[in-house]
Design a protein around this ligand. Structure first.
Ligand code: CMP
Length: 139
């Protein structure tokens, strides 16, 4: 089934000028980038986006990280896009990520893990709506 998922290229990756390298892995995996913009996430945006993790000990660090440099927010489209992108990203902790995945290739640590991808179709819809209007997505 054709799906859309939400992706963020995180500050550790944009700082290292890896936007194009990450996008090359995404496209080689058969996912189409149907919307994309580079933004500086505000503290309010980061706190809202990661609200589900607000009780975690790493929440403060996570918000600091996500707001320290620009990110690239994206909508990816393709067959089973939610699960496919999670495969392409690799495990949350780069130390556990499979060969060829974005996190294995580029990420340094569980905190600074280069990319985010939605964990379900419902969350994909919610996350896309936080950053994109319908007319910004051109499939
Ligand atoms: P993400 O998929 O964006 O969703 C939640 C994020 O929290 C996750 O990626 C990691 O970047 C971050 N995270 C998860 N576990 C830890 C941890 N133990 N320490 C710091 N950050 C973490």
């Amino acid at each position: 089934m054709t799906e859309r998922t939400f992706s963020i290229i995180k500050p550790d990756a944009t700082e290292k000028n890896l936007t194009g390298a990450v996008n090359a892995v995404i496209e080689a995996a058969g996912l189409r980038i149907v919307a994309q913009k580079r933004i500086k996430m505000s503290r309010a945006q980061a706190e809202k986006f990661y609200e589900v993790h607000s009780a975690r000990p790493f929440f403060g660090e996570l918000v600091e990280f996500m707001t320290r440099a620009p990110v690239v927010v994206q909508v990816l489209e393709g067959d089973n896009a939610v699960a496919r992108y999670r495969e392409v990203m690799g495990a949350t902790n780069p130390a556990d990520a499979a060969e060829g995945t974005i996190r294995k290739l580029y990420a340094d640590s569980v905190g600074e893990n280069s990319v985010h991808g939605s964990d379900s179709l419902d969350n994909a819809r919610i996350e896309i709506a936080q950053f994109f209007t319908d007319d910004e997505i051109v499939g």
